[in-house]
Design a protein around this ligand. Structure first.
Ligand code: WQD
Length: 347
């Protein structure tokens, strides 16, 4: 059966994409994930939801020989979805060389393996951080990319250029870079969600951990921005909508509908939501009053960003269907289930 190889298949977006691919059922799904920031438990969660057990190779995508062995063991691979990367913005500022080595070495390896093994279709997990801090909103794919605000953002910006240069050098591979805005939420079942090994930097897992008592208080990073309520505005998008976009993008390439061999697409809802609005949405769906304070701005934060994703709709027939309330409700359901299962494990 034709197979898709997901790198980072046990991670947040990778595991949700595996679930959606298995629900469609047209492709076998295998993964490369060394659990640097994911748990093998994700394989059980995927099986509990989708009814299939994903084969994961717990190898480092930077290990070219090990990657080649995976391709040789699976001659039916027709596409690669490359999620695996270090992605903590703050950590990337402290450890830039680790980020550049890991994120570039793994990307180069996967591209080289595709070309060496006749795999024509490559989907790259990129990010809206490539746009930096811009004034003209919403952001389209033609909005100029600028110097990223962090080494993490640079690994996405330069990663796209690595792919672009590679695609120009070969007629054996075609690629799409998907520029996510802010992926949040969890599978509707409540059985899979964000479960980072390291402490969360992102807003929504921080909210759900404060609300469930795992953390004492949320600090809103800045209340004096030039926005409608003084807090930063982001384009939050449900992780399941993001996952479905990857399936649409892979089909787009497999069906030969691509208008060029390298394309970039924004994946956002088009709705800007402030931090306080996100908190209010959470409080409404959870019934929990969140303990938060307004604190200092976080270095590197952009004031506001939200997307124009009409090109993804035109090319992939994709729109983000799940709103902020559903995102928060799914994140909360997952956090409660996770806390319960962790408590049972410790009992
Ligand atoms: C969102 C808003 C914070 C935590 C980053 C990456 C992006 C993607 C998502 C990988 C900001 C505020 C947060 C907190 C807060 N990563 N906040 N208190 O920085 O927009 O995007 O993560 O795919 O590429 O750049 O996401 O969730 O960290 O922050 O007030 O404790 O929430 O200031 O305004 P961000 P975030």
């Amino acid at each position: 059966m034709p197979t898709v190889l997901i790198t980072g298949g046990c991670g947040y977006i990778g595991s949700h994409t595996a679930i959606e691919l298995m629900k469609v059922g047209k492709l076998d799904v295998i993964s490369i994930d060394n659990h640097h920031n994911s748990s093998p438990e994700a394989i059980d969660r995927i099986e509990a939801i989708a009814g299939k057990r994903m084969k994961n190779y717990a190898i480092d995508a930077c290990d070219r020989a090990a990657v080649q062995e995976v391709f040789e063991a699976h001659p039916d691979i027709v596409g690669v979805i490359h999620f695996a990367a270090y992605k903590a913005v703050g950590e990337s500022v402290e450890k830039p060389l680790e980020y550049y080595h890991n994120n570039f070495e793994s990307l180069v390896n996967m591209l080289a393996a595709c070309e060496a093994n006749g795999v024509e279709n490559f989907i790259f997990s990129s990010s809206c951080t490539v746009y930096g801090d811009i004034d003209k909103l919403p952001v389209t794919e033609e909005t100029p990319t600028t110097e990223a605000a962090s080494p993490y953002g640079n690994t996405k910006l330069v990663g796209e250029r690595i792919i672009q240069d590679f695609i120009k050098s070969t007629d054996k591979v075609k690629a799409i870079a998907l520029r996510y805005f802010n992926p949040v939420g969890a599978d509707e079942s409540g059985l899979n969600g964000e479960d980072p090994i390291n402490a969360p930097n992102n807003l929504v897992p921080f909210i759900t951990r404060v609300a469930s008592g795992l953390l004492p208080q949320l600090t809103v990073f800045g209340g004096d921005y030039p926005t409608r309520d003084g807090t930063c505005i982001r384009d939050y998008i449900h992780v399941t909508d993001i996952s479905i976009a990857h399936i649409n993008a892979l089909d787009y390439l497999l069906d030969g509908k691509n208008s060029s061999n390298y394309e970039r697409l924004n994946l956002g809802s088009g709705n800007g939501v402030s931090v306080l609005e996100a908190i209010n949405a959470f409080e409404e769906v959870s019934g929990v009053k969140l303990n938060y304070v307004i604190g200092d701005r976080r270095p590197g934060d952009v004031t506001q960003i939200y997307s124009d994703s009409s090109l993804a709709k035109e090319k992939l027939g994709w729109v983000a269907g799940r709103g902020i309330s559903e995102m928060m409700a799914s994140a909360w359901k997952w956090q409660l289930n996770l806390n319960e299962s962790r408590a049972a494990q410790e009992a």
